[in-house]
Design a protein around this ligand. Structure first.
Ligand code: B12
Ligand code: SF4
Length: 502
């Protein structure tokens, strides 16, 4: 045991687009380790669905809690605000530790922005020692996996910590510390529904920022996974589970064992997973469906064979054409993700993706996050290849908020509808020619129209008409679009509010 009860706040910084219905799994894992080491961890997710905290509210909350140490998860799109937050907390004398994907990729950067230390890679084996070290209880240079700053401001990188060899040895996430009502109504059976069962992915997709867990696929045993699921089901009444692994079915034998055991247990629970198109087959889909799987998220990314080849995607368009309808045939909802705007893609490459989207439309659900525009995350091959040519070096530190959610009054109506999760097309990392930009809009419009297909005919067509008018007017004169479309929508909203009040 390293310490008596010192308060350590584990914080997920605020985002304008993220909304979490479950507390981030990483923070829950760290809280479990810290609690076992005698600390008093406090989980604070600024994006909790029922208690969103902006920067000011978060600082006020931390002022109230007065933790000795604050640990922050750094993901690239949120890093600028996280550094601003770090500055505010440092003024208050709190010790600061960073971890997570961005901190792992660029461990010296947080030290330049007020952090005392950075945990590179998986947090569990290092976090308790990192806390002891920033509190001055052990030497900073004695902690493997730690990157830290000395009194003169110089950065030091200690030898790395090897990846956790046996994931079954990790403690279970500290679900008992999650402020449950922050994430959903108290009687919501979906609470505490996230589980992780494996880490790492052997593929090397050129845009993937998932290097934190390494290339080797490491996994928990089937029994360890199902035992935890049963425990959560019994303790909290959870009936639906979400596995957050990148590629859960990479080891098919283990996946089969998980499914068989779930079938034997007859819990009546459902679950969804993310996995790779090339790591399922008919037998596995059949078993998964019988074991309660209701949804599989696949990263399809593109319908253009040349793009899939260039990004080193481990599947082909043909595999997608086979696996997606097969998934649906087994009663599992396939959710497919696309990435639009690879720098070499012209309009005919995007047309190939549109063709695939059309083919899949009868089988998949489209939802707002189903496609995104390529973001060059640090550490990726795409970033390394293109940052000089397109001048987006260290874009995450820039003053540019344009890759954030589109705003009322700033963006056109059609942009606010299509890019709800981030208006990265504005940021224009790759300087798309007008024809490519326009084609990207077409693809987003196609998906949006698909989403509306269950709406009444008149409503669906009015929305699409308003979107098309907005796009045409915006191309002609943006202020006119804001005035005419934005203005009419305000009137409609006021009328609707009035009717509801009456
Ligand atoms: C679930 C998930 C989400 C969920 C919810 C996030 C949440 N509640 O945590 C949602 C859907 C909201 C989401 C959104 C996005 N996500 Co996401 N997401 C994931 C996913 C699949 C799982 C996260 C998880 O639970 N992992 C398991 C836990 C145990 O690992 P962990 O969180 O990394 O934590 C460990 C370490 O990082 C470390 N650690 C983490 N925090 C801290 C803090 C301290 C103090 C310390 C010491 C250590 C530490 O220790 C933990 C235990 O080992 C990961 C991929 C992955 N497999 O990890 C991507 C991932 C984190 N997401 C990613 C991205 C890019 C996004 C989006 C930007 C996507 C987009 N284009 O819109 C958005 C963010 C939007 C925005 N504007 O902010 C990237 C991040 C890359 C980067 N450079 O930052 C990842 C790695 C996916 C990838 N391969 O590219 N995401
Ligand atoms: S298959 Fe998925 S998790 Fe694996 S490298 Fe590619 S994008 Fe990343």
């Amino acid at each position: 045991m390293l310490s008596d009860a010192v308060n350590v706040a584990l914080v997920y910084p605020p985002s304008r687009t993220q909304c979490h219905t479950a507390c981030p799994m990483g923070l829950q894992m760290l809280a479990a380790v810290l609690e076992n080491s005698g600390y008093r961890p406090i989980l604070l997710d600024a994006n909790a669905a029922r208690r969103r905290l902006d920067m000011e509210a978060l600082v006020a909350e931390l002022d109230r809690l007065r933790p000795a140490v604050v640990g922050l998860t750094l993901v690239t799109p949120l890093v600028r605000d996280a550094y601003r937050l770090a500055g505010r907390l440092r003024e208050r004398g709190m010790k600061l530790i960073a971890g997570g994907p961005h901190a792992t990729l660029l461990p010296e950067e947080p030290l330049e922005h007020g952090f005392d230390a950075v945990v590179a890679g998986e947090g569990e084996p290092t976090v308790a020692e990192a806390v002891a070290a920033v509190l001055g209880r052990i030497n900073l240079d004695s902690v493997a996996g730690l990157v830290w700053r000395d009194a003169a401001g110089r950065a030091h990188r200690n030898p790395p910590r090897p990846p956790v060899a046996d994931l079954d040895t990790l403690p279970r996430p500290a679900r008992h510390l999650v402020p449950a009502t922050d994430f959903g109504p108290p009687d919501d059976p979906a609470l505490h529904a996230d589980l992780f069962t494996s880490r790492g992915c052997p593929a090397r997709c050129s845009y993937c920022a998932g290097g934190l867990f390494g290339k080797r696929f490491r996994f928990r045993s089937a029994d360890s996974v199902v035992d935890e699921l049963i425990d959560v089901h019994r303790r909290y009444g959870t009936r639906h589970f979400h596995f957050v692994d990148d590629a859960m079915s990479m080891d098919r034998e283990r996946m089969r064992r998980i499914c068989r055991r779930l079938m034997d247990e007859r819990l009546g629970v459902t679950w969804n997973m993310m996995t790779r198109v090339d790591s399922v087959d008919e037998e596995l889909l059949d078993l998964s469906a019988r074991a309660g799987c209701v949804q599989i998220d696949y990263g399809v990314e593109s319908g253009c064979a040349e793009t899939l080849r260039r990004v080193h995607k481990p599947h082909s368009v043909e595999m997608v054409r086979r696996i997606i309808p097969l998934t649906r045939r087994h009663g599992i909802r396939p959710v497919v993700f696309f990435i639009l705007g690879f720098p070499w893609e012209n309009t005919s490459a995007l047309d190939e993706t549109l063709r695939l989207m059309r083919e899949l439309a009868g089988h998949v659900e489209f939802h707002p996050a189903i496609a995104s525009i390529l973001i060059p995350f640090p550490g990726t091959e795409i970033y390394e290849q293109y940052h000089q040519e397109h001048g987006f070096e260290r874009w995450w530190l820039g003053d540019d908020r344009r890759y954030d959610a589109p705003c009322d009054g700033v963006h056109a109506f059609y942009q606010r509808k299509l890019y709800r999760l981030g208006s990265v097309l504005d940021a224009d990392f790759f300087h798309y020619p007008p024809r490519v930009r326009s084609k990207i809009h077409d693809l987003f419009r196609f998906m949006y129209a698909q989403n509306l297909r269950r709406e009444p005919w008149l409503k669906r067509n009015l929305i699409l008409l308003a979107m098309d008018a907005s796009r045409a007017l915006d191309a002609l004169a943006p202020p006119l679009e804001r005035l005419l479309v934005g203005g009419s929508l305000h009137v409609v909203e006021r009328l609707r509010a009035g009717r509801q009040a009456a």
